[in-house]
Design a binder for this molecule. Structure first.
Ligand code: DGL
Length: 265
């Protein structure tokens, strides 16, 4: 079905997922929404995030989207169940389930750490899902609330980001971990720095390609794959920021079609 896929996040983080989807599904058109007016989502209440997510999903559906990808862990943790109830006929994909599925397939025992926003960590959604399926795992987690705003501001691969990342990861929680889930879609932008922190092999897992594969499978199973890319990808933000424009170019090149859409006014 030649209709676009709607993807949203609080800001640039979901672009890591959008990019992976664009690579895995070259025939698909993307409409992206970055809710920069409400960034960061990490410390907002479940009620607020659910309200934002419903409004953004409504906007993307009005633009003709055939499926929605919640390219944000915090919104996936807080709003996925409500969104599915609110839009029962729309295929809605979250970033958490495909990542959990990947981990369960790969790790039968061992210690899988999680870093994420306060909202995702407080929801305990990763330890709950992983331990329910496999009680032999250990799932220590640490909130890293400075990271998403830092990345959104364009601070990565520099001295400041290195200091902050090292300070968060030095926690005793993560001693002897086998893997670390980057449970925030902003974090693939600091993946190299996280890998560099560990002086031994630790698998650093980001959800972008796992979610892209899952999206492909879901659309295929539902007979919703497009035959041919029609039209341009579109990018909306609820409040213009230079850093969004810069980072979106990093992922999608210089010619992206970026519009400010004040859907809250
Ligand atoms: N990228 C988001 C996530 O995966 C949200 C970051 C934020 O806005 O705090 O949780």
């Amino acid at each position: 079905m030649n209709k676009p896929i709607g993807i949203f996040d609080s800001g640039i983080g979901g672009l890591t997922v959008a990019k992976a989807i664009a690579e895995a599904l070259p025939n698909e058109t993307i409409i992206y929404f970055g809710d920069t007016a409400h960034l960061p989502y990490g410390d907002k209440s479940k009620e607020s995030i659910t309200m934002y997510s419903k409004r953004i999903t409504g906007f993307l559906l009005a633009k003709g989207c055939k499926a929605i990808v919640i390219a944000c862990n915090t919104a996936s943790a807080h709003a996925y169940a409500d969104l599915k109830k609110f839009y029962p006929k729309v295929p809605i994909i979250n970033v958490i389930d495909p990542t959990v599925e990947y981990c369960l397939g790969k790790y039968k025992k061992g210690k899988i750490g999680v870093i994420a926003t306060r909202g995702t960590i407080k929801s305990r959604i990763y330890p709950r899902k992983l331990l329910k399926a496999n009680s032999k795992l250990e799932v220590p987690q640490t909130a890293t609330p400075l990271l998403a705003p830092m990345i959104e501001e364009g601070f990565f691969n520099n001295k400041i980001s290195k200091t902050i990342i090292n300070s968060y990861l030095s926690t005793k929680n993560f001693e002897k971990i086998d893997a670390l889930i980057l449970a925030c879609t902003h974090y693939p932008l600091i993946k190299k720095e996280v890998i560099a922190f560990f002086k031994r092999p630790v698998e650093v897992i980001d959800s972008a390609s796992v979610v892209a594969d899952y999206t492909k499978k879901t659309l295929k199973d539902l007979g919703l794959l497009s035959k041919k890319k029609e039209g341009k990808d579109l990018f909306y933000i609820s409040d213009y920021t230079e850093s969004f424009e810069e980072t979106s170019k990093l992922f999608f090149g210089d010619v992206i079609d970026l519009k400010e859409e004040r859907i809250w006014d």
